[in-house]
Design a protein around this ligand. Structure first.
Ligand SMILES: [Zn+2]
Length: 222
């Protein structure tokens, strides 16, 4: 089981079990498994669902836009997790993580994108809308997406600590009052992980400083 594992590469980059560190403990390629098991596990993570493969170019094009927004987040000192909402074939709303800047642990990328969407469309249109997000939605976001009736979620890398689309809980598909939604991972998985790694390394290089201390206090709330 590859949960709660270290970052890909040198685990000394960040003490992952430190609760002051990041909230996104994504599926990585580095763990304690034997080499052959590890290779199989990585292969599995890179395996895309046949449903995604049917129209891979389109999905990659849309995920690329989410990755671009995550790059913006990274440049602005935010955790590089971002998403786009796609309605009628077009990106109509974008969101990036905003918890560090706002000191508000609910300001996840998905919530920002939904806010933008709702400023343009009635909520009912979310039922015809797909989400492309660089990291598997957390349990909080997965629940909000389900309540809004999102049509489908495509994500990059899994979130082994907080993932609500199967990694920790399957909020998207568990029995519930609202209908569930389909969820497919692995589109630009490595790119999504690399963004996070760059952020962690950057944050580690900057620490300790007063701002980092403030962030650490905030992150425990999420
Ligand atoms: Zn979230």
């Amino acid at each position: 089981m590859a949960s709660l594992q270290c970052l890909p590469g040198d685990p000394s980059i960040l003490p992952l079990k430190d609760k002051d560190s990041q909230e996104y403990f994504f599926s990585s390629d580095s763990d304690d498994m034997a080499t052959s098991d590890k290779a199989d596990a990585i292969k599995d993570k890179d395996k895309l669902d046949p449903e995604v493969l049917k129209d891979l170019e389109k999905h990659q094009y849309l995920m690329r836009q989410a990755i671009d927004v995550a790059e913006e987040a990274l440049a602005g000192g935010e955790t590089p997790v971002a998403c786009v909402l796609v309605y009628d074939g077009a990106v109509v709303a974008r969101g990036m993580n905003d918890t560090n800047r706002s000191l508000n642990g609910t300001r996840h990328a998905e919530f920002l994108a939904i806010s933008e969407f709702l400023s343009k469309f009635p909520a009912s249109k979310l039922r015809e809308t797909d989400l492309y997000v660089t990291v598997e939605p957390c349990i909080m976001c997965a629940s909000a997406l389900r309540q809004y009736g999102i049509r489908c979620v495509y994500y990059g890398c899994g979130n082994d600590r907080f993932g609500g689309n199967g990694s920790v809980l399957a909020v998207h598909s568990d029995k519930g009052l609202e209908a569930g939604y389909k969820s497919y991972g692995g589109i630009f998985r490595k790119e999504a992980i690399m963004l996070l790694r760059r952020f962690y390394i950057q944050e580690n290089e900057n620490a300790p400083n007063p701002r980092a201390k403030g962030n650490r206090e905030l992150k425990q709330v999420v």
